[in-house]
Ligand binder design. Structure first.
Ligand code: AKG
Ligand code: FE2
Length: 276
């Protein structure tokens, strides 16, 4: 399942393990992002993709479509305060659209047992603890401990800063066109200073170029089987609109406290479930 020859997460006392952790930590420190190419072997990826697509075919999953600003904050109060604010093109006032289909852990567990094995694996837990340098606990939320996101044509996750400190994601299938993961490391400050929110890659590049040269737009090549860890709180990012094919990824949820549960708002809005 895991490509242990390249990623010896099961051999924590070896120098190869130490070297791998060092590289991951350094990339995370500099960019807030690290990807591990081919973390899952191709058999495991194919099996997960077909299980997830079968579930989608059966009508399992919740399609959410929402509007949000880059800060994922409610701006209703500010935008109604003055006419000028209402006309402002400042990122805080621009509502962006995101949509995707989500299949929760409860629906995945029987069809995709590999995910559960990976999620429960102590070697994997120790590995992400070592890279993120945090005492992490696997989520015990029956819906949110892991979940698949399926992006079809027209779907995407528009520009935002995450609310959570970090995310751990497995890419199972990139889109045939579009669906690019793009991010601007440590960009919160410049984005807050923009008078106009760029809405596409070209305008984003110009807006970045107009500020200090220390900012860059990163667009890592993410392929099937890659694992990535991302600190998304201060780095503007998105999954650009899918223009061809289907993008599938799985989010694995680890928290800095044990027994964290998703709140009802998130469960209803993105998972389409209410806890019984
Ligand atoms: O799907 C991805 O690769 C990124 C997802 C993301 O940015 C998020 O869930 O906040
Ligand atoms: Fe995000």
């Amino acid at each position: 399942m895991i490509n242990y020859s390249e990623y010896p997460i099961d051999a924590a006392s070896t120098s190869e393990y130490a070297a791998m952790i060092k590289i991951c930590k350094e990339q995370l420190r500099v960019q807030g992002f690290v990807s591990l190419k081919n973390f899952l072997d191709s058999r495991c990826v194919s099996s997960l993709v077909s299980s997830i697509l079968d579930l989608e075919q059966l009508g399992v999953g919740f399609y959410s479509t929402e509007r949000h600003n880059v800060f994922l904050e409610d701006n209703a109060k500010e935008s109604s305060s003055t006419d000028q604010d209402a006309k402002s093109l400042h990122p805080r006032h621009i509502q962006l659209k995101s949509s995707k289909l989500l299949i929760n852990a409860n629906d995945l567990v029987r069809k995709a047992p590999e995910l559960d094995i990976l999620f429960q694996s102590t070697a994997f837990l120790h590995f992400i603890r070592d890279v993120l340098q945090l005492n992490l606990y696997p989520s015990s939320d029956e819906y949110g401990k892991y979940y698949a996101n399926i992006f079809n044509k027209g779907d995407g996750l528009n520009f935002h800063f995450d609310r959570s400190e970090f995310s751990i994601s497995l890419i199972l299938q990139p889109a045939d066109d579009g669906g690019r993961f793009q991010f601007v490391p440590n960009s919160r400050e410049i984005v807050e200073g923009w008078s106009e929110m760029p809405l596409n890659t070209k305008d984003l590049r110009s807006a970045i170029a107009a500020s200090s040269s220390k900012y860059t737009l990163e667009e890592p090549d993410l392929a099937a089987g890659d694992l990535y860890l991302f600190r998304g709180q201060n780095s503007l990012h998105r999954v650009s609109e899918i223009t061809k094919g289907t993008r599938i990824n799985v989010i694995l949820t680890f928290n800095t406290e044990p027994d964290v549960m998703l709140n009802n708002y998130t469960l209803q809005k993105f998972f389409g479930v209410t806890r019984s």
